[in-house]
Design a binder for this molecule. Structure first.
Ligand code: NAD
Length: 503
């Protein structure tokens, strides 16, 4: 079956019927570059209309008790669980990530639904000791309002789910603007979500709406007065524009932006373990994860032997059709990603001792698709290009002599998403995790930079935007906090002992 036919058949099986409307936004698969669907995009006016519809949906939903809201997320998680295979395949076809990772992405949706279900009974605030006699203080968490979720192409459903599962149990309605490159998986998810809503009984219309297209409808959403929180995932350039626009209305933001993640390999590292972790983090998802490992900082004594090992692995890794079971690296998303990769390699060439890989492969078989062999570069120094995020499988390696020097190299980028150290030395591991160690939102020991679990708060510092979503207490961003003081005495003592009595 060709990819267009397979895509349409999966979409129709999942209940997303109008997925090839013949005109509008053309969607192609990075596997072979061929068209797999076409959807009608929203314009500014229709995005604004959807934002208006999100308000009554929010008002109805906020009064549904949180555990009942959790029940909807549970139902949705079960619908997704039952459709894991076709959905995972669709993710692979639309993004080019290998099937294992497509299925992993669907699993992430299921996991966050489970997490949010439990959370729906735990949206609790504090009770606080009052300084006044006969008084009690407490915090109450209330639903916030309609939430706009803008997502990137590389995680076409998981990032929406991290946000939406929490927003829904918190009592918010959701407007989802997926990447213009991956609207079809969004249509499939929307169909499954509506199926869950119809089985629930209390979900209002327009609880989760899709806004399709590119920048225009996204900006219209940010202009809508109904939106109280914008959770935007994508490049730092996009985040800067979103932050500036949201600031005008004091909309809350969760910004999940670019990364230029590094790992330090210390002298005591278990190299067999490290090389496996490095390989997955650097070349998995064809280097198109925000948490992809892009810089490797290796103790000078290990530099040559570790790089030789990695060079062999990079050469051996199977690049090809992401739906084939032995493929580990699928295609890049498109021509511009390939061009950026080649430009980065050209800039790095003069500062590299050597470069292995980086070339285009399978070009004659798939002239409209962009498959590359992952690139490994032994660098003389951490030059400007190394400090930039190039969204492709390029791993730059640099030697170091002292751990302090390694940490300084590590923290030298403008990004602060994910980081790792490979060491069996407790002092080194603890220093890396300490206030003087990694400056990232995620810091790991003896595992790679990518592949986070949903239970932890996910996000980064500096130009990564500072947002946190998914696990831990990230739910608090989707609610508003009210501080309540209750006087159950017959006196009226003022705080700070202030006296204010009529003579
Ligand atoms: P992108 O910035 O091109 O697009 C992301 C989304 O933002 C899309 O939906 C796009 O339509 C929208 N957008 C673009 N400009 C906008 C604007 N001015 N106003 C409102 N919306 C706008 O990113 P991409 O190429 O899809 O994804 C790759 C980037 O995303 C990489 O930089 C990667 O590191 C980052 N990313 C970050 C995370 C994270 O959690 N930190 C996760 C995934 C991807």
């Amino acid at each position: 079956m060709d990819l267009h036919a397979e895509t349409q058949s999966i979409l129709s099986f999942l209940g997303a019927l109008a997925s090839d409307q013949g005109e509008g936004l053309r969607v192609s698969s990075p596997i072979d570059g061929a068209r797999i669907g076409c959807v009608l995009p929203d314009d500014a006016a229709s995005a604004a209309r959807k934002a208006e519809q999100a308000e009554p949906a929010f008002r109805a939903w906020r009064s549904v008790p949180p555990p009942r809201r959790g029940e909807l997320v549970r139902l949705f998680g079960e619908v997704v669980r039952a459709q894991k295979e076709p959905l995972g395949r669709l993710v692979s076809i639309e993004t080019g990530k290998i099937l294992q990772e497509g299925l992993g992405e669907v699993q992430e949706v299921i996991d966050i639904c489970d997490f949010a279900l439990g959370l729906s009974r735990q949206l609790h605030g504090l009770t606080i000791a009052s300084e006044r006699p006969g008084h009690r203080m407490m915090e109450t968490w209330h639903p916030l309002g309609p939430v706009a979720v803008i997502t990137a192409f590389n995680f076409p459903i998981a990032v929406w789910a991290w946000n939406a599962a929490l927003a829904l149990v918190c009592g918010d309605s959701v407007l989802w603007k997926p990447s213009e490159r991956t609207p079809l998986t969004a249509l499939a998810i929307q169909a499954l979500f509506e199926r869950a809503c119809s089985g629930h009984g209390e979900a209002p219309a327009h609880l989760n709406q899709l806004v399709l297209g590119g920048v225009e409808p996204a900006r219209a959403l940010l202009d809508a007065p109904q939106i109280r929180l914008v959770s935007a995932t994508g490049s730092t350039r996009m985040g800067q524009a979103v932050a500036a626009q949201a600031a005008r209305r004091f909309q809350r933001t969760i910004l999940e932006l670019g990364g230029n993640n590094a790992a330090i390999v210390a002298p005591s590292a278990d190299l067999d373990l490290a090389q496996r972790a490095i390989l997955f983090a650097a070349v998995g998802t064809a280097g198109q994860r925000c948490t992809t490992l892009r810089r490797l900082i290796v103790h000078r004594d290990l530099f040559a032997p570790l790089l030789e090992r990695l060079r062999g692995l990079f050469q051996r890794v199977t690049v090809g059709n992401p739906l084939a079971s032995d493929t580990l690296v699928g295609p890049l998303i498109g021509a511009s990603a390939y061009d950026s990769m080649q430009q980065a390699l050209a800039r790095a060439r003069t500062d590299a001792h050597w470069i292995a890989g980086g070339e285009r492969v399978l070009e004659s078989e798939h002239p409209q698709a962009f498959y590359v062999r992952p690139a490994l570069l032994a660098m003389r120094a951490q030059t400007d290009i190394v400090l930039e995020e190039t969204f492709a499988p390029i791993l730059y390696a640099m030697p170091y002599d002292t751990l302090e020097e390694a940490i300084a190299l590590h923290n030298a980028t403008r990004y602060g998403l994910s980081s790792a150290i490979f060491t069996n030395d407790l002092r080194e591991a603890e220093l890396f995790l300490s206030a003087s160690g990694s400056d990232c939102g995620i810091a790991n020991v003896n595992i790679g930079t990518s592949g986070a679990e949903i239970g932890g708060a996910f996000g980064g510092e500096k130009d990564t935007g500072g947002g946190r979503e998914s696990g831990s207490d990230a739910w608090k961003a989707y609610m508003r906090r009210a501080t309540n003081t209750i006087n159950h005495s017959s006196q009226l003592p003022l705080a700070q002992g202030i006296r204010f009595d009529l003579a």
